[in-house]
Design a protein around this ligand. Structure first.
Ligand code: RIB
Ligand code: CA
Length: 327
């Protein structure tokens, strides 16, 4: 039984690994890719999505989203994902053009014409989806749920309490979390546990292909950069956190994860707390539960799922690719 999905992303090193996983899983019927400004500017994330998908020998509509968050200035994560958004790896030029539809139009038309409800997989800020819901609230009727990498019940990576994707556009996140659409939130609580350790990296390196060389280069950049930033995660120097893969992984293998249903609200005002996902575990607020907040993952099986995906990706990447250079 295939699951119709749209992936809204800000590639971004972990975003491209999430795209790799999504494109090799037969369960997913990927209808559209839309790009967010987040890890890098919209120009760069839109280019990176097409460039990586071309490298993967995939051609699918990639529609660019808004250039800026709804009400605040864009803050990119060039300190973690690099100037290009993909570290110092250069993928081949895209071999297909950008969609002539905007992300909002493409999202609206794809959702409203789908013969069954769509799962939205969101691995970046929620600007496009927030704007879509403001412009076309009727899309809610044909969205099954949103699998979102973002937020945190405890801690943050952009401030002591805010995670990057929500921090970049808290107002868009507020629109989405108030929408009534079911949300499965892969926040830092679970993504901190979804990591590759040195043994896992050695397993990937041992596959010994152009793809694995490239992935290790991307992950090395990502891990090295992250140790010098606001990330306050323990043993970040060695472990590669596969944040965005959780949003895809949950859709294809939900049994690997555990979570709780909670009321979650977005702090949009606080000087110190802007972008915080306030997770009401104690049910102290008079609001209905709107989010399934993930907190645990079977890490070994999650890593096996990713490594299997890497091996299967080789089927997609037909010969003839020039080696992916490094800057
Ligand atoms: O906080 C991690 C999230 O921010 C991931 O989606 C990563 O790609 C960045 O966008
Ligand atoms: Ca991302």
């Amino acid at each position: 039984m295939s699951i119709p999905v749209i992936i809204d992303c800000d590639p971004g090193i972990d975003d491209v690994m999430a795209l790799l996983l999504a494109f090799v899983r037969p369960e997913l019927d990927i209808r559209l890719i839309t790009t967010e400004a987040g890890n890098q500017t919209q120009d760069k994330t839109a280019y990176n999505a097409r460039s990586f998908l071309s490298y993967m020998n995939q051609e699918i509509e990639v529609a660019r989203g808004l250039e800026q968050p709804l009400f605040v200035n864009l803050e990119v994560a060039d300190d973690v994902h690099g100037e290009s958004g993909l570290g110092d790896v250069i993928f081949p030029e895209p071999n297909f053009a950008e969609s002539d539809r905007t992300a909002i139009n493409a999202l609206y038309e794809t959702i409203m014409t789908s013969d069954e409800p769509i799962v939205l997989i969101a691995t970046g800020p929620l600007t496009n989806i927030g704007a879509l819901l403001l412009a076309h609230p009727e899309v809610k009727e044909n969205i099954r749920y949103i699998s979102f990498m973002g937020g945190a019940a405890v801690g943050g990576n952009m401030s002591p309490t805010a995670e990057f994707n929500v921090y970049v556009d808290p107002h868009a996140a507020d629109v989405v979390f108030r929408s009534g659409i079911p949300i499965v939130m892969s926040g830092l609580d679970v993504t901190h546990k979804a990591f590759l350790d040195e043994q896992d990296l050695k397993r990937i390196e041992a596959i010994g292909t152009d793809l694995t060389t490239t992935l290790v280069e991307l992950m090395t950049f990502y891990t090295k950069a992250a140790t010098q930033t606001a990330f306050h995660e323990e043993n970040f120097a060695t472990n590669v956190r596969l944040h965005d893969l959780c949003a895809v992984g949950y859709v294809v293998e939900p049994e690997l994860f555990q979570g709780d249903d909670c009321y979650v609200a977005i702090e949009t005002q606080g000087e110190l707390t802007k972008g915080t996902t306030v997770v009401d575990y104690a049910q102290s607020l008079p609001h209905a539960k709107n989010v399934h907040v993930l907190h645990t993952v079977n890490r070994e099986k999650f890593v096996d799922m990713f490594i299997d995906a890497i091996k299967n990706a080789e089927q997609l990447i037909k010969g003839g690719h020039s080696h992916v250079e490094k800057n």
